[in-house]
Design a protein around this ligand. Structure first.
Ligand code: AMP
Length: 194
């Protein structure tokens, strides 16, 4: 994996551990020579990851839609900052540039980005690893919800393997590096297998 796309909150969260682990991830990416691809802002947990990648001598690439976020939010120290027309172009570019995806704690924006790449994964649109850095168990309720979807018959159990969940950045990157897509179970229970 050469480039990792990170989705993370535009707020930093209330507990210092969110930022500590974001910093650890940023340092690790730089030390391993992996480039960061992300939303391009200097604010929130997303901005902290970029700061720590850059501090450690790594490369950070931002992708921002024009005229959507206030200008002062853009990170001015990035290796590259791409401006695109809208959110759709932004997500397509972030995805094309990256070899894997990691979600850190965040809100609706982060959830949406995570679920888009994971749903593209289950449709076979890409076969890149998708990880969650589960700092302080932040994502436990979301993991439970996904298990609930399996238990209620809305998702094949094998699709749980599409999501790699770890609370330590080094373990998460290790598991993502070893990732091979699961043999997909038949997704649509009402249609015959082909
Ligand atoms: P949220 O989790 O709702 O704070 O949204 C964070 C995600 O949405 C990030 O991964 C970004 O891609 C995008 N996003 C939200 N706010 C901003 C912002 N001010 N600048 C850049 N991207 C943002």
């Amino acid at each position: 994996m050469k480039r990792i796309c990170v989705f993370a909150g535009s707020n930093a969260g209330l507990h210092p551990e969110y930022e500590q682990k974001a910093a650890e991830l940023g340092h690790l990416l730089a030390q391993k020579g992996m480039e960061l691809v992300y939303g391009g802002s200097k604010i929130g947990l997303m901005g902290r990851v970029a700061d720590h990648v850059l501090q450690e001598g790594g490369k950070a690439i931002g992708v921002m839609p024009r005229n959507l976020f206030r200008g002062e939010m853009a990170h001015t120290g990035l290796t590259e900052l791409h401006e695109v027309a809208n959110m759709h172009e932004r997500k397509a570019m972030m995805s094309d540039l990256s070899d894997g995806f990691i979600a850190l704690p965040g809100g609706y924006g982060t959830f949406e980005e995570l679920f888009e790449v994971i749903s593209w994964s289950q449709l076979g649109i890409h076969s890149k690893p998708v990880g969650i850095l589960n700092i302080r168990g932040y994502y436990d309720p979301l993991v439970d919800m996904v298990k609930n979807a399996v238990a209620a018959g809305f998702m094949p159990e094998t699709h749980l393997q599409l999501l790699i969940v770890e609370s330590e950045p080094d373990l998460l990157l290790e598991r993502m590096a070893q990732y091979t897509p699961p043999a997909y179970a038949h997704k649509w229970a009402e249609l015959p297998e082909q």
